[in-house]
Design a protein around this ligand. Structure first.
Ligand code: SF4
Ligand code: SF4
Length: 318
């Protein structure tokens, strides 16, 4: 067999150092897949210029963000500080620590702009499966995860574990208020209908679109196809402190710029304020029979993420 070096692999000591760094960072859901099988699926983007010249492996890191919330009118991913900055910072720190631990190799972090098809990569790493709602689903954290990648020229041993697949129960498609999953096919929504995209659309909405928004009940994003998914039952809350603080789950009219660093700030305030006008009275109560702003969490009241949003949906990034 020869030594790891002779076989062109990283040593056990190097592999242990990598695991230790992830532990120290509080990142407990990560895996490794080879770079070559992903090569045909790489996404064209400027960030691809940052890939190491001889990429060997991809370390996929999951950032769980589910926390218990009594009520909300925002998609879960948007109730706390902007995940873009949180994930970017954590991944950059991890890359630096890995670089220090294994200085002969490069570790390049990719978050919001990435050539890596992240759902495919996370599945290839043996971390979980892709659901019929298009989202990546982890056995412990469900689909409430962001995915980041570290591409390295270290020839790391890859994970080969397989997870039980999506149950194909159809709940996500049946409960989607916009029928976006039925028109979108077996995997992933029809982006033209998906409420997550609609809540981020600029300009005025048609009457039909406004009615759809009211049916969903969320002023930003839509989580319904996640809330109804049986694979999301009994999942663990995030242990990452970054996703447990500064939570503001119920937004009132006029409040959209009152908090710093929110995911919905990537759109002009007029967009979310328009949604608030459609869904809420001035004092924040729900209009008509639709789900009230800040409704108690029931599966039908819930929603998901989109736009640049879907850190975890194939097709958004892939
Ligand atoms: S995010 Fe909402 S609208 Fe989009 S597919 Fe899921 S349930 Fe349907
Ligand atoms: S709701 Fe059912 S079909 Fe949809 S992703 Fe979850 S398990 Fe799969």
């Amino acid at each position: 067999m020869g030594t790891a070096k002779e076989r062109g692999e990283t040593t056990v000591e190097e592999n242990n150092r990598i695991a230790q760094v992830m532990d120290e960072m509080g990142l407990n859901a990560w895996g490794i897949c080879g770079f070559e099988p992903l090569r045909p699926f790489l996404l064209p983007c400027r960030a691809a210029a940052r890939l190491p010249s001889c990429p060997q492996a991809v370390i996929c890191v999951l950032f769980p963000y589910h926390v218990p919330l009594a009520s909300r009118n925002l998609s879960r991913y948007a109730v706390g500080p902007d995940y873009h900055s949180v994930v970017r910072e954590l991944l950059a720190q991890a890359a630096q620590k890995l670089q220090n631990s294994c200085p002969t190799y490069q570790f390049v972090p990719f978050t919001d702009s990435s050539p890596i098809p992240e759902v495919r990569a996370a599945v290839a790493c043996g971390l979980g499966v892709q659901g019929d709602n298009g989202l990546f689903i982890h056995p412990q954290y469900g689909s409430w995860v962001f995915i980041g990648e570290l591409v390295t020229d270290a020839p790391l041993p890859v994970n080969e574990g397989k997870n039980a697949g999506c149950l194909h129960c159809g709940a996500c498609a049946r409960r989607c208020p916009a029928n976006a999953l039925q028109s979108g096919g077996r995997i992933g929504p029809d982006a033209g209908r998906c409420l997550s995209a609609l809540t981020q659309k600029k300009g005025e909405l048609t009457q039909e679109q406004a009615a759809l928004l009211q049916k969903g009940g969320s002023v930003w994003g839509c989580d319904i196809c996640q809330e109804v998914c049986p694979m999301n039952r009994g999942i663990s809350d995030t242990a990452l402190p970054q996703f447990r603080r500064e939570l503001h789950p119920v937004l009132l009219p006029g409040e959209s710029r009152s908090l710093p660093n929110r995911a919905y700030h990537w759109r002009p305030a007029a967009v979310i304020e328009r949604n608030l006008r459609i869904l809420c009275t001035d004092d924040g109560n729900a209009k008509g029979e639709n789900q009230p702003a800040g409704a108690a969490e029931t599966p039908a009241a819930e929603q998901i993420k989109e736009g640049d949003h879907a850190r975890n949906r194939a097709g958004s990034h892939e």
